[in-house]
Design a protein around this ligand. Sequence first.
Ligand code: ATP
Ligand code: MG
Length: 315
Amino acid sequence: MFGRYIPDPIRGRQCLPQQARRRCGNGESTVRPETRLGETLAEAGNPTMTRIIAFFNQKGGTAKTTSTLNVAAALAERGQRVLVLDLDPQASLTMALGVDVAALGLSVYDLLLDESVGIAEVVTPTSIARVDIAPSHPDLAAAELELLNVLERERQLDNRLRQADLDRWDFVLVDSPPALNIISINILVAIRELIIPIEPHPLSVMVLQRLFDTLRRIRRLNPDLVLLGFLPTKVHHSSRLAVDMIATLETQFPDLSLLPAIPLSVRGAESTAEMTSVLHYMPRSTVAAAYRDVGAWLLGEQPASASSKEAAHHA
Ligand SMILES: Nc1ncnc2c1ncn2[C@@H]1O[C@H](COP(=O)(O)OP(=O)(O)OP(=O)(O)O)[C@@H](O)[C@H]1O
Ligand SMILES: [Mg+2]
C-alpha cells in the first residue's frame, strides 16, 4: 500500500541515548560527537545549549501545528521553558495560543525580512505558562517573493537565531508551513533537530521522497542537522492504514526512530477552539498522554518505537 521508498539520507545520525545502545549496536554511531544526542548536553560540552527542533512535513494536515503546541505544553508541564516559532503564514499556532494576529506589532515576517529586528522584540507570552511564541502573520506569505532579493536568503532565520540570546529557553520548537519553499528552507537550515509528523494516509510515505531530496541538498548548508524520527499522528488501532504505515516506516527506515504515536481523537480539535493545549483541555485523554510521552522521549526518558507499535495496536 505504501510502496517502496529510497533509503533515507540521514542514516546513522539519529540516535537518542536508548537507541544508541539498542539500534546502533555497539554504541558506535556515525553521528558527529558535537551533535550526538546519545550524550547528555553537558557531556557534549555545551550544558546550556537550547535545543532547536522543527516539526516539518511539506504535506498538509499531518498535525505539525497540533504537535508543536502540545509538545510545547508537555515540555512546559515538566518545567522546561519553551519558545515556539510559528513560521506558517496560516498563523494557526499563533491563534491557537491565544495571540490576536490583528493586534500584532512585530511577527516572524519582520524577523525574516528586517535585520534590525531580533527575536526578543517579536516574542510574546502565550496562554500556557512557560511557553512563549514568536507569532506568525498572514504577511509571511509575501516573504517568499520579498526574500528573492535578499543576500543569503536561506540563512535569514539561522542568522537571527544565532544572534539571539536563546538561554531563556530550553527548547525552541518550530511549526512549519505545508510547503517546500524558501521559508521551509530557512527552517531546515536554522534548526538542529527535525521531527516529521506523519499521518496514516496512502500518500504519506510517498511524499517523503521529496522531503528527503530536500534534506540531502540542505545538508551542505546545515551539516549537523539531526533527523530525530517520525511522529505518527492521528493513529487509530482499527485502521489498516495506520498499522501499515507504521510497518512500512519500520521496514523502509530501520535506522530512524518512531516517536510515541498520537492517537486519533475527534475531540482533540476542541482544545484548539479553546485556545489551549490538549493537555490542559483533556488532561486525562490518550492524546494528552501520548504528547506527554513525546515530551518524555525528547528528554531522553522514554524508549521510542515500542510505544508507537503499542498505540497502533491498542489506541
Ligand atoms: N490526534 C488527532 N486526532 C484527530 N484530529 C487531529 C489530531 N491531531 C490533529 N488533528 C486535526 O487535524 C487537522 C490538521 O492538524 P494540524 O493543523 O495540526 O496539521 P498541520 O500539519 O499543522 O496542517 P497544515 O499543513 O495545514 O499546517 C486539524 O483539524 C486538527 O484538529
Ligand atoms: Mg499547521
